[in-house]
Design a protein around this ligand. Structure first.
Ligand code: HCA
Ligand code: CU
Length: 378
């Protein structure tokens, strides 16, 4: 199915707080909410006010921020006391969740499917009187029997929720499983569908994309993908995937701010932006092998499907290493206004490779070799 609409529910301030190294201060939480809003995410999900007194105070402060785009949600258990407190904090919506797999029903809360629906009904009935958006999510949906899932989703849909959430809590789903389950839910409910996917099997972006193709419109992300264990769909990975399919899908987001957003969070966490983060990693637009460098210098699209300038990034071509080639050196010589014959280029390339077999060379060292090789070198 073609993807026509996407809304981002960023959960850096909820799922992301469940990342082992996350312990956000009030200032961190406010700055992250403001940065996400400036980027343009549609929703920001914040930890339940029941978590701690400071969390409740921070949720109130975030809900009171004068934001431009984002609506503030909080994530609570499907319990009346929790949602009353959530609404009192001034949120625009409440994201409810209930464990529905046999494992969670047996070992976590001990409720039957009928009891889950009964409890959901009382909570949703109350929330509907409060004029807030309601999302109801089945936790561990991919290990929940499909008939149970459909029964629960149809019941909450009939109760008037805005969205149902399908959570791959343990990161077990494949894109095909996502297509199957989301497609089945799409055929069973009228409301919108949200997908939340963990990355334990390395499929979080692929699964989010498959969910959109199968009829979901809301995707949960976090900055850098942080969350429980190895986290969930990273914002930058989702943006990259969507942009590649159709730039119009992400046109309303400030995609040139993505690298700064990832960097800001990495600094607050005391970690590096992962080397393999789409768009935002230090090496996302760095080309190395001689054949790649040669082609990219002639036409960047040969080995680049995302144009770095769209994302406020620069392309770079590494030359001080043993995999380098003479075209990369020729391009550098031209930048330095040095005129080398093909024979001189061949000789300096050989010299560089020999030196780089011992260790990579800095650009200054490469330039020194080129200058030494050029006849008119001063
Ligand atoms: C959690 C579980 C959750 C919820 C997702 C959702 C998951 O940590 O509370 O509400 O849709 O992965 O199932 O993050
Ligand atoms: Cu999760």
């Amino acid at each position: 199915m073609q993807i026509n609409a996407v809304a981002i529910v960023d959960s850096t301030l909820r799922e992301g707080e469940q990342f082992a190294y996350a312990a956000f201060s009030t200032a961190d939480r406010l700055a992250i909410a403001e940065a996400l809003d400036a980027f343009g995410v549609d929703y920001i999900e914040v930890t339940s006010p029941c978590a701690s007194p400071q969390t409740e105070a921070d949720l109130r402060a975030i809900a009171a921020l004068p934001l431009h785009h984002a609506r503030i949600l909080t994530h609570t258990r499907c319990v009346l006391d929790d949602v009353r407190r959530a609404v009192d904090c001034g949120v625009a919506g409440v994201n409810l969740l209930f464990g529905t797999s046999d494992l969670l029903r047996t070992h976590s809360h001990g409720r039957s499917v009928a009891q889950i629906i009964e409890q959901a009904a009382s909570v949703i009935d109350f929330l509907r009187t409060q004029h807030v958006e309601v999302r109801f999510s089945c936790e561990d949906a991919f290990r929940t029997p499909l008939p149970d899932l459909l029964r629960i989703y149809q019941a909450v849909d009939a109760l008037g929720v805005q969205r149902v959430g399908i959570a791959d809590t343990v990161g077990i789903a494949t894109p095909r499983a996502v297509e199957h389950i989301v497609g089945a839910v799409r055929g069973a409910v009228r409301c919108a569908i949200e997908f939340h996917g963990h990355n334990d099997g390395g499929c979080a972006v692929a699964n989010a994309y498959a969910a959109l193709e199968a009829g979901a419109t809301y995707i949960d992300t976090t900055i850098l993908g942080i969350g429980e264990r190895v986290g969930i769909t990273p914002l930058s990975g989702l943006i990259a995937r969507l942009y590649l399919s159709d730039p119009a899908l992400v046109a309303r987001y400030a995609i040139d701010q993505l690298a700064a957003l990832d960097q800001m969070l990495a600094e607050r966490l005391g970690i590096e932006v992962p080397f393999n983060a789409c768009i935002t990693s230090a090496t996302a637009f760095t080309h190395k092998a001689g054949l790649h460098a040669k082609a990219v210098l002639a036409e960047p699209a040969t080995y680049e499907v995302l144009n770095p300038s769209v994302f406020g990034r620069d392309r770079s071509v590494l030359i001080g290493h043993r995999l380098t080639g003479r075209r990369a050196l020729a391009a550098r010589a031209a930048e330095l206004d040095l005129h080398l014959s093909e024979a001189e280029l061949g000789a300096v390339t050989a010299r560089l490779k020999q030196a780089a077999d011992l260790r990579p060379l800095s650009l200054d060292e490469v330039d020194a070799l080129l200058r030494a090789a050029a006849p008119q070198a001063a």
